[in-house]
Design a protein around this ligand. Structure first.
Ligand SMILES: Cc1cc2nc3c(=O)[nH]c(=O)nc-3n(C[C@H](O)[C@H](O)[C@H](O)COP(=O)(O)O)c2cc1C
Length: 372
């Protein structure tokens, strides 16, 4: 075997080595289930048995860390009809079943916390809020006291997640939702302490992080998901912010949601390296760096580790293959091509509602197989 084969073998083997965090349990491998909203929660935000089956199957399938779909922390932060809630203690029991199903398999159990901001679901949310008035959606600006309440409600939801038995939470600061709207130079035009400078635009996230650290037990894990571009993010700023958050030591991981982990930056002034490369060279302290986006094969996953990420997050491919980490033991594994039939997805423990939702993702479900 030649040297390049040895290198490839080593990179592949690294995927299956444990990853410790500054706090809480370690991942048994470097492969996480990406947070995915299944749209199958009940109208009150509690979970039906379908959600338990979906998550339990992925925990059995070998993901070192299993993250739930995004849970909204205030009633007006709901992004879709079937989204999971965590703004009330009534949401704890069904989430506790999820945490138990993940932990019983020896996986790290993580819950994602979310607020949709101006992207809230108009059908049930009448009071749509944002950092600043948003003409397109009609969202009104939050008062300073209301921003403080948002921070308090993220922290309260983290405490509920702790009571439900999760090892930790991830703050959804990506994809143009409320926390990202605050970071955005386009959506945030405030002149109080939550607007203006990068430090001010990041203050809501900073306060939530401090609040979770204060309110939850010392080994409770905390991660942050960021999108470094689009939605009014400036790559240079996001790099600065990532450096600060990683070195502060309050986060256990930073999760970069790139939609294509191997992509080039959209901003031409950063064209000299791939987007991920603008983050892998930052000093991290003890904060782990994860990445998501089109990581479909073990080769793509080990290439991300070789590029400097410490764990990978697998999304759509984990819908197709609940046991992707086991299949990925074969370095040559490639996933099924899409579209797939609704019956195939049902056999992978995707509920009927989730399958209907997946029809909105281009070329994922074969159109002649719409689940009724
Ligand atoms: C059905 C579906 C639901 C998603 N829901 C969420 C979510 O709740 N929170 C989040 O941060 N990202 C969400 N995402 C994005 C994924 O976590 C992931 O970053 C993205 O799908 C790219 O990874 P992939 O190419 O492996 O699918 C969702 C993606 C899909 C396909």
């Amino acid at each position: 075997m030649d040297a390049s084969h040895d290198g490839a073998d080593q990179a592949h083997a690294r995927l299956f080595t444990p990853l410790s965090f500054a706090r809480g349990p370690a991942m048994a491998n470097r492969i996480a289930l990406a947070p995915m909203t299944t749209d199958q929660a009940l109208p009150d935000g509690t979970l039906p048995p379908d959600e338990l089956r979906w998550i339990a199957r992925r925990a059995q399938g070998g993901f070192g860390l299993v993250m739930t779909s995004a849970s909204y922390v205030q009633p007006n932060g709901k992004a879709g009809g079937g989204q999971t809630g965590l703004w009330s203690d009534a949401h704890i029991p069904s989430l506790a079943q999820l945490a138990q199903a993940i932990r019983v398999q020896g996986r790290v159990a993580t819950l994602q916390l979310h607020h949709a901001g101006c992207r809230a679901w108009k059908r049930t949310v009448s009071d749509i809020v944002a950092p600043s008035p948003h003409a397109e959606t009609g969202a009104r600006a939050l008062s300073t006291a209301e921003v403080e309440q948002v921070a308090a409600d993220f922290v309260a939801a983290a405490v509920r997640a702790e009571h439900a038995g999760f090892d930790g939470v991830e703050l959804h600061g990506a994809h143009g939702y409320l926390l990202a709207q605050f970071l955005s130079v386009e959506d945030n035009r405030r002149d109080d302490r939550y607007g203006g400078s990068l430090e001010n635009r990041a203050r809501l996230i900073t306060e939530i992080i401090a609040g979770v650290r204060h309110a939850c037990r010392p080994d409770f894990q905390l991660g942050l998901r960021l999108s470094p571009e689009r939605w009014g993010m400036r790559l240079g700023e996001m790099r600065e912010l990532a450096a600060r958050f990683m070195q502060d030591g309050d986060l256990d991981w930073l999760d970069l949601s790139l939609w294509d982990a191997a992509k080039q930056p959209e901003d031409a002034s950063f064209a000299s390296r791939p987007l991920l490369g603008w983050f892998t060279d930052l000093p991290r302290g003890g904060t782990r760096l994860g990445v998501a986006g089109r990581i479909t094969t073990p080769r793509a996953a080990s290439a991300m580790l070789a590029a400097g990420a410490e764990f990978v997050m697998v999304g759509r491919t984990a819908i197709l293959h609940p046991d992707w980490p086991r299949l990925a033991r074969d370095p040559a594994f490639t996933p099924l091509p899409t579209p797939v039939g609704a019956d195939y997805l049902a056999a992978q423990d995707c509920g009927a509602r989730f399958i209907r939702y997946l029809h909105t993702f281009q070329n994922f479900v074969a159109s002649e197989q719409v689940a009724s």
